[in-house]
Write a protein that binds this ligand. Structure first.
Ligand code: HEM
Length: 138
């Protein structure tokens, strides 16, 4: 992630907040399509609350995007809270695709390569830390 990508993601985020619930519905629908086994993980989950928690977690990460070292412990803690859910590293790949799919659906024609690369770079960093914490004992 370079500084321009950090800037693009920061500017992009208010738009993300605006359509939280319908957007995250798009994300989870896509996730369940790509990885049907993940549906089971959310069978007792209030998706409304889950949507809010997901977007506010992403919001906190974006807010501290210029100070990644400060974010890392929070991300590691978040990853540890996922330990009991029965996730595999592949789930993070599908979740990443579903996440980008959600952003595309919000931006429609305004979606562009810079946005895609910037968000992918950020998701890459997030999932690296989470996968590292969950599966590699880092
Ligand atoms: C960028 C990656 C991810 C972020 C930021 C994220 C964020 C969150 C947050 C904020 C919560 C609420 C509980 C808490 O704070 O501990 C949560 C719960 C959960 N997440 Fe994630 N998550 C991510 C990836 C995934 C993936 C890849 C899966 C599986 C496909 C997953 C499955 C779940 C499940 C099953 C719950 C519990 C739902 C419940 O309470 O019933 N998460 N996640």
């Amino acid at each position: 992630m370079n500084p321009q990508q950090a800037e693009i993601v920061k500017k992009s985020f208010p738009r993300v907040l605006a359509g939280t619930l319908s957007a995250t519905q798009v994300l989870y629908d896509k996730l369940f399509e790509l990885a049907p086994d993940t549906k089971e993980l959310f069978k007792n989950t209030s998706m409304e609350r889950q949507s809010q928690m997901l977007i506010s977690a992403i919001g906190r990460l974006v807010k501290s995007i210029d100070n990644w070292d400060a974010v890392k412990p929070d991300l590691q803690a978040l990853a540890k809270r996922h330990a009991g859910y029965g996730l595999s590293p592949e789930h993070f790949v599908y979740f990443g695709h579903a996440f980008i799919h959600m952003l595309k659906s919000m931006y429609k024609n305004e979606w562009n390569n810079d946005l895609e690369e910037a968000w992918k770079a950020v998701y890459q960093k997030i999932s690296e830390v989470m996968i590292g914490t969950l599966f590699e004992n880092k």
